[in-house]
Design a protein around this ligand. Sequence first.
Ligand code: LLP
Length: 415
Amino acid sequence: MHHFEYRNGELHAENVPVRKLAQEYGTPLYVYSSATFTHHFKAFDSAFEGIQHLTCYSVKACSNINILKLLGSLGAGMDIVSGGELHRALKAGVPAERIVYSGVGKKHTEIREALEAGILMFNVESKQELERIASVARELNKVARISLRVNPDVDPKTHPYISTGLKKNKFGLDIEQSLATYRRAGELEGVEPIGIDCHIGSQLTSIEPFLEALDRVMKFYETLKAEGINIRYLDLGGGLGIPYNTEEPPHPVEYGRAVTERLKGTGLTLILEPGRVIAGNSGILVTEVVYTKDTPSKHFVIVDAAMNDLVRPSLYQSFHRIAEVVPQGREQRDVDVVGPICESGDFLAQDRTIPAVEQGELLALFSAGAYGFSMSSQYNSRLRAAEVMVDGDTVKVIRKRETYADLTALEEGSL
Ligand code: LLP
C-alpha cells in the first residue's frame, strides 16, 4: 500500500501532482510520502503487538534525519551500522536506549561514541569485536550490553549480495563459535550479554527461512539458558521483502503472527530491524527524459537520473517499475532506460516495455525509497538529487539538491 496514485490523469504523491514537484524542485528528485512511511511503520509494528517488542528501523535503507525523526516520533528505535548512523539517529532525537548497533567492522571510536550515548546493545559479530567492546567499556567505566549475532546457516533465497545468514557469509558466528563466545563474554569485565541476534538477508519473499532461523536460534537460546546465561532480548533482524514487480511477499501480519506464536510465554523482548518494508514503497525517483535515441539494435531512453542516483538495477539487476508521470496514451515500446554516466552498466531498466516517451517528459521509478538515495554517490561529479517529503497537501524539502560548491568543498583547502 502506498500513496503514489494517478488522479485526474497524472501521478500524485498524496495530494500533490508529481509534475508540479518536478517543476519546482527539478529532477532527478526523490519524492517521499509521509503517510506511507507512517502507515508502513504502524502496520509492521502492530503485527507484533502480542508480545513485548521494539521495532528498530534500519537506518541504512533511507537515512534522511527528517525520516528518522518521523519514525522516532511513532515510537521506532533504530538499527545502526556506523558512527554516522548513530549521529543521524541521535540528531533526529531518537532515544539512545532504543538504538541497536550491528555490523562486522565497528571501530574503536564508533564503539566509544555508542557507549557514551548509552545505546541499548551492540550486536557483536566476532570474538575480536567482543574483546574490543569490553576493553573500550572498561576504559569508560561502563558496561556494554551485548548480543551475539548468530549465523544460523539458513538460505534466505534472495540475491547472493544480500544473503547474510549462510555459513559462507562474513556475518555473525556459527552456533558452536557463539557458545564459546558467550562463555567468554560471561567472564569478561565490561560486557553484559543480554541478547541473541540474527539477520539472514534482505528482500525475503516467504516466511519459512525466517522461521527456520528462529527455530535454530531458539534452540540455542535453550542451551544458553541451561548454561545460566540470562538472555532477555531476541533480535530477528530485518529482511521482509516488498513487491517491486510480481513478487508476493508475506504481509507483516502473517510474519508477526508466526513469530509471536513461537515467542509467547518466553518472556523475551523481540527486536526487529525492518528497513525496506518501511521505506521501499514510501519513495519514488522522478526523472526527465533528456533524449531518445534509436540505434539498429535498441531504442534508448536517456534520462537525467543514473546509477549514481539509483544503483540497484546496475548492482543487483533489480526491477523498478517505470511509468509516465503524465500518461499520454502512446503505443508501447521495448526500450532501455539509461542514465548519462559513462558506463554501459548505467541503466535503470533494460528491455522494458513502456509507452514511447518523448524528450522533456517525466518518468517515475517506483519502490525507490529504500536503498535509493542512501546508496547514491557523486560518481561522474554528478550532484546528488534533492529529497522532498509530501504530507497531504504540504511539501518539505528534506535535502537540498547539491551544488557545484558542495562537490569541491572538502577539496579546496588542499589546493
Ligand atoms: N539488519 C541488518 C543487520 C542488516 O544488515 C539489514 C540490511 C537490515 C537489518 C535491513 O534489512 P531490510 O529490512 O531492509 O531487508 N542494498 C541492498 C540491501 C542491503 C541490505 C543490507 N542489510 C538492496 O538495495 O537491495
